[in-house]
Design a protein around this ligand. Structure first.
Ligand SMILES: N=CN[C@@H](CCC(=O)O)C(=O)O
Ligand SMILES: [Zn+2]
Length: 426
């Protein structure tokens, strides 16, 4: 299987094999009138169309003419919770009337509501829901997604969620990076016995997940009235000892010291960070922890946005993600995320593109394989309907992705009636 994408008005390579920090986040390494050559799912050549055409026999390739169109690496959504049962539209309605996310949680709603529904849901139901959500992400140009558990909070349901991610990874072309978030909330069975719940996770759940290879990352909701810094540290250090990579939901609602903890335990990323302290940001920069910012959540919660400008100016690598989940942010729309980041977080568009490509790849530990159009990387590539990446935030909150290639195979084509091309090919 050999493909050639040629005549791209902008080939936005995002070239690199490590996360881009500070000033480097602006560098997109764009090739005008660019072309990409793919063989067996891997990028073989990248350059100017006229030069590449001189080196090959075009008739040997399946050719896509991207004249008047921009070509970018597939987007990576590095923070989502997309496998869950039920909906929380009633809670959202209460929030529209002024209730806060934490007030709803303190009254027994919030995450626990989704836990009840996810415990009740069968594996097949969760797989069906997951497939639809993945298709929606695909239409926004997502080729790799991180997905968290955390709506089970008991052994069986946490494992069920992770097994659903594994099955979805097998049946859907989008790659899924699974994260275990058993410490997402305190289950009612353990009310006020946080440390006993953490011990249960460490002793009973983590070893099983490791043995079955069901998750690469372990995450924790480190937040006032959820898991304290000490409880989070205990879990994260135990997970690290077992060989898991680490993530944290940190300093989302209260400035608790989550950013500092992320640096201390050398997490791959700390996420949310709306209330992260200067000291925490500085410590993260020194330890190379990626700041994964989730502007659609801040928008949906009507909270102040994370201080992206300060973080980038202080040398952090910032990634952007959707945080797709049933409570605080029900969207799989990375175009909206980019629009919000550029409108309300003072990120330049170039920084935002870096944040959903190479930096997001680094946030899921895959910066050597995906996140840029570089020779040797997987051919995860999108073609836009328009000539420039500048059209992405300009078309606020809608997708301008025309085609998506995963491992060099066309899997989505907006122009066709049967647009999810992978269903035909599989
Ligand atoms: N803040 C914690 N967890 C999720 C929300 C989960 C939910 O409300 O269901 C988040 O990242 O926003
Ligand atoms: Zn989250």
């Amino acid at each position: 299987m050999k493909i050639l994408i040629k005549n791209a008005s902008e080939l936005v390579t995002c070239s690199g094999t490590s996360p881009k920090k500070g000033e480097d986040m602006k560098k997109l390494n764009i090739i005008e009138n660019g072309a990409v050559l793919v063989e067996e799912g891997i990028i073989k050549k990248v350059g100017k169309t006229e030069e590449i055409l001189k080196e090959i026999n075009e008739s040997e390739y399946e050719v896509y003419d991207a004249k008047g169109k921009a070509v970018l690496p597939g987007f990576i959504d590095s923070h989502t919770h997309f496998v869950f049962g039920g909906y929380r539209a009633d809670e959202y309605y209460l929030r529209l009337k002024g209730a806060t996310y934490m007030e709803i949680m303190e009254k027994g709603g919030g995450i626990i509501n989704s836990v009840e529904a996810t415990r009740r849901a069968s594996k097949d139901e969760l797989i069906e829901l997951g497939k639809k959500r993945l298709d929606s992400m695909l239409s926004f140009g997502v080729t790799t997604v991180e997905g968290k558990s955390g709506y089970g909070l008991d052994f069986d349901t946490e494992i069920k969620q992770l097994e659903v991610y594994k099955e979805l990874n097998d049946i859907h072309p989008i790659d899924i990076i699974p994260t275990f978030l058993g410490a997402h909330s305190i289950p009612r069975e353990y009310r006020c016995r946080n440390i006993e719940y953490i011990d249960f996770i460490i002793e009973k759940v983590l070893p099983y997940i490791k043995e079955k290879n069901l998750a690469q990352f372990v995450d924790v909701f480190c937040e006032k009235n959820v898991f304290s810094v000490d409880e989070s540290r205990k879990l994260l250090l135990a997970a690290k000892m077992m060989g898991f990579k680490l993530k944290l939901h940190a300093d989302e609602i209260v400035s608790l010291g989550g950013a500092e903890l992320a640096a201390e335990v050398e997490a791959v990323s700390a996420d949310h960070l709306l209330q992260a302290s200067d000291k925490g940001i500085d410590m993260m920069a020194k330890r190379g922890v990626i700041a994964t910012l989730l502007p659609a959540t801040a928008f949906s919660l009507k909270e102040n946005f994370a201080r992206a400008r300060y973080m980038i100016d202080n040398g952090l690598a910032v990634a952007l993600a959707s945080d797709f989940n049933p409570g605080s942010c029900f969207t799989e729309n990375l175009s909206l995320v980019i629009a919000l980041a550029t409108l309300y977080m003072n990120m330049s568009l170039e920084e935002a593109i870096t944040a959903v490509t190479i930096n997001a790849a680094a946030a899921v530990g895959m910066e050597k394989e995906i996140g840029s159009i570089d020779v040797g990387k997987k051919a995860d590539i999108i073609i836009l309907e328009h000539p420039s990446y500048k059209f992405i935030p300009y078309h606020i909150g809608v997708s301008i992705v025309e085609k998506v290639f995963k491992n060099g195979k066309l899997i989505y084509d907006k122009e066709r009636d049967d647009r999810y091309a992978y269903r035909k090919n599989s």
